[in-house]
Design a protein around this ligand. Sequence first.
Ligand code: FMN
Length: 425
Amino acid sequence: MSSSILDSAPPLREATRAALERDYERFGDAGLPADLAGYVADEYGIGLSGSYGGSPIRCVFGKASGQLSLQRSQVEGDIAGGLGYVILKTVIAQDAGGGQSMAEWAIPETRMLVERITDPEGDEGWTVTWKGRGWYGTFDEYLAFFREALEAARGTGVLIVPSCKYHLPSREDEEWRVGEYAYTTSRLVEVWRDVVGDSPMPIEKDFSPTLAGDDRAQSSRQILEWLRRVPGLIREGGGGRVVVGLKLMNAMFDDAFQLDMIRAATDGDGHGQGADWLVIANRLFDAGKEFDGKRGVAYGGPELSKRNLRTLRQARDAVRDGSLPAPPPISATGDILTGRTAAEYALAGAENFQMHTLFQLPNTEFSAGGLPRAARAVHRLVFHPIHGFVACMARLKECSGSRGLHTLGPYSVADARLLGGLPPL
Ligand SMILES: Cc1cc2nc3c(=O)[nH]c(=O)nc-3n(C[C@H](O)[C@H](O)[C@H](O)COP(=O)(O)O)c2cc1C
């Protein structure tokens, strides 16, 4: 990881460190406090609550879309475990007649392999290898699951967000299948309105690593056109009752292109139709690696967080020098296994953090191995006395003070973002 303000920030004060060691141990045995954000604000002066794409969330840590958000019991575990939001598994869009142009992404799940990975610089981490793709049940089953998840979250302050993969033309002269956008989005909105009410429904549009490696994504021009058009198409499809986040892929092009993608998603089609937030960014793609007889797999690990952090820092610098318009709010994903990595994403501009691999690590990686999956992950992210989020934010708070930044209330992710935007110490 390249050097950041956290490398030079003062060490944790002794009293804070002792309190964290105490809490790490006792919450690891007894489970997390029921009002996690309230406890952390009172005890440490650190704010855990925040927002996701404009919606308030009780905790800035959430679950990323995937194999761990396709059943009601998983969502219930996430709510009980202290997460602030859950992005449901990606469903493949269809039109009113059941036509699915992206049907090749609706293939059954196969085994998942959680394995160690070493990046090109020799840093070690974890990745999950598999060859499944999107939701492979029926769309009606997805709608029923979406309803169950919303009902389970009602009154808890946890945000539930569907994720979708819609038609994308592979050539400039190919028509957009707007029927997929209209039918799928409007059915999802019906469920949202039934359970939640009139507020706009948030939805994530997934640009996945397998898409990055697909023939459709060989033309950089075509990718930029998708990013400009898709937010408007989803909004129209949902009758104006949706807010749209684009989960960017790590395309098979250079770093500069990642910035081009951010620009295109921010600008939209030129009629104020850019994305409402961005998720940066889905996993990398290894076209040569083979798994279970299939060539080409997605991967994560330290190479992913390094690339995403590089993209975000470059974007921040480009905004500062006026060469990039300010993007909408950013949700970070990729190799967030510690609160420290989340804090780095915050300093680079992200406002919340979504994980997948962390929840799949072996039990030996957690000191709170007796807690359920989501709770033990939150325990590690928040309370670890060295690489936990509270430890890192408490250290950043000291830097804020020394740089004349004063916060009202607990020191929050928004403050860290401000600090990250200042020139280096
Ligand atoms: C097994 C698996 C399945 C995934 N499925 C989806 C998916 O359906 N939709 C999506 O947007 N991202 C999917 N992802 C990507 C994750 O949501 C996440 O953004 C990515 O893995 C990076 O985070 P991580 O390093 O914490 O795993 C999947 C990831 C894994 C490992």
